[in-house]
Each structure stands twice: as C-alpha cells, then as structure tokens.
Write a protein that binds this ligand. Structure first.
Ligand SMILES: NC(=O)c1ccc[n+]([C@@H]2O[C@H](COP(=O)([O-])OP(=O)(O)OC[C@H]3O[C@@H](n4cnc5c(N)ncnc54)[C@H](O)[C@@H]3O)[C@@H](O)[C@H]2O)c1
Length: 267
C-alpha cells in the first residue's frame, strides 16, 4: 500500500510514534525513525525490518539535528512523502504560579520550536519534490482546559501553539501541494490512533471521499507521555484526510468544517 513511500516519524521510540512506525512498515513504507533516546530507539526497532528503517538519534529542539535527519533521509531514499511531527514532552505537572522557567523553556523548545523546525526542514524537501503530507501531533490539552488538566497549563499552551501553527502552515504550504494536518489525541490506545492515521493516508491515496470514523473504547494511555484521564477516543478521518479527535471534535465538529479544512489541505 505504501511501497514506494518514505516516511519520517519523530518520537518514534515509544508510544504513538512507535505504533505508527510499525503500521507504516507493515504497509510497505520506508521509515526514518527519530528519537533523542538512542537505547530506547534500538530496543524499539529490534525485530522490525531494518532494511526499511533508518534510525536517527536527534533532539528535535536543535536545528542542526533536525536538518541532519531530513538530509540523511533524503540521502538514503531520495525523498520524504509523509512526516509525522510527533515528538513532545509533558514536563512537570505544576501550577502556573510555581512553574519553573527552565521547565517552561524546555517544553516550548521541544513541543513548539521542535515542531516548527520539523515543518521547515521537511517542508522544504517536500516543496522541492512537489508535495507531501505532514501530520503534527497536538493534544486535547491544546484545545481546552479542565480539572483533569491540572498542572498541564504550560504543556497545553505548547499544544495550542501547535494547532495554530498548523492552521497557518496549511495556508502557506497548500500552494506547494503539501497537505498538513494536526491531530489532538486524548487518552487513546496508541495502536488505534496510529492505525487510523495510516488508514487516513491510505484513504487519501486511493482517492477516497467518505469520512472514516472510529470510536475506540476509552482507555488509559500507554505511552510514557500519556496523561490518561478517560478521554473518549473519538477520531474522525475526514474526506480530505484531516484528523479530528477528542472533546473538541465532539463539541465543534460539523461536516462543513471538515470540508473547508479539507479544501485547504487537498492535494
Ligand atoms: N499518549 C497520550 O495520551 C497523548 C495524549 C495527547 C497528546 N499526545 C501527544 O502524542 C505525542 C506522542 O506521545 P506519546 O504518549 O507517544 O509519548 P511518549 O513519551 O511515549 O513518546 C514520545 C517520544 O518522543 C521522544 N522525545 C521526547 N523529546 C524528544 C526530543 N527533544 N527529540 C527527539 N525525541 C524526543 C521520547 O524519547 C519518546 O520516545 C506527543 O506529541 C504527545 O504530546 C499523547
């Protein structure tokens, strides 16, 4: 299904990124897997088809590291078709009144600066090759606040920035035939989220028009980053391959919204 496709997944040593890496490999893609944690990356990739895996140890907050990953992928496989811009940290859970600036800086460096660096480095490759598809990972924490989010104000603010940057990028990248979407997971099962991500890409490639919906059971998150909290695992893959998830979807989703955003992202 993805035989000729080249993907890059950041934060691929664990959780959502690892689940998506496995799905992409199963579907035939070649995958550059980026993570700052080299031992975890080695363990995570054990048993996978290494002939189609490029393991890259890098810190997504560092411009030179991110550029090196994009360059290494293009050097090995010539292009980048899919980019899951996914690595993030939650940081300490603390009230805003007491939040330490060093923690604030690190959370924004990884979650916001890292996302932009990824969009820039891979976006330029996609622009040069004539198109591609990017999915940024935000969070329901970026969409709203609640008691369950206590102590996650800075993390949530970083994820809100990811949503806003993706909206802007959708407008700016569209002329280059680059589709970009943001997903906002709640406490979902990673395998499920990843499955629907890759299905959405497949749906688009096949020229599919119908929205694909799924209602996985609410479940505790299994990744190290997972905050849990029983978020209903509603996920919609829209007609144009965009993804909507969590409370924001339940409250605000309308079919015409999917269509509008789909038009912006259509390739
Ligand atoms: N799991 C959930 O319930 C949930 C909910 C909402 C949003 N998310 C988002 O989904 C994404 C993945 O979350 P997860 O639960 O799989 O997390 P995880 O902690 O299991 O995996 C994140 C991976 O990113 C890597 N990473 C962290 N900082 C990095 C850096 N600077 N450079 C390179 N790699 C780095 C980690 O080593 C780790 O392997 C994140 O963006 C997270 O904010 C997850």
């Amino acid at each position: 299904m993805f035989d000729s496709k080249v993907a890059v997944v950041t934060g691929g040593a664990s959780g959502v990124g690892l689940a998506l890496t496995r799905q992409l490999l199963d579907a035939g893609a070649k995958v550059a897997v980026v993570d700052r944690d080299a031992p975890s990356l080695d363990r995570a990739l054990d048993g996978l088809d290494r002939s189609r895996v490029l393991a890259l140890q890098a810190d997504v907050a560092l411009e030179a590291d991110v550029q090196r990953c994009a360059d290494a992928t293009v050097e090995k496989w010539g292009r980048i078709d899919l980019f899951h811009n996914n690595a993030a940290i939650v940081g300490p859970q603390s009230s805003l009144l007491d939040f330490r600036m060093a923690d604030f800086d690190r959370i924004f460096a990884v979650n916001v600066r890292g996302m932009l660096l990824g969009m820039q480095a891979v976006g330029k490759v996609m622009r040069a090759q004539g198109g591609g598809s990017i999915v940024n990972t935000s969070s329901v924490s970026g969409q709203r606040s609640s008691r369950a989010e206590a102590g996650l104000g800075v993390y949530g603010a970083s994820k809100a920035a990811v949503i806003r940057m993706t909206q802007q990028a959708a407008l700016e990248f569209a002329p280059h035939d680059i589709r970009i979407n943001v997903i906002c997971p709640g406490a979902d099962r990673h395998a499920s989220a990843a499955q629907h991500l890759s299905r959405g890409w497949a749906n688009r490639r096949a020229g599919g028009s119908g929205a694909e919906t799924a209602l996985p059971e609410p479940a505790a998150a299994t990744g190290r980053n997972g905050a849990g909290g029983g978020e209903p695992g509603v996920l919609v893959v829209g007609a144009a391959g965009e993804f909507h998830h969590g409370w924001g979807l339940q409250r605000r989703w309308r079919p015409d919204r999917l269509t509008l955003e789909g038009l912006i992202g259509r390739r």
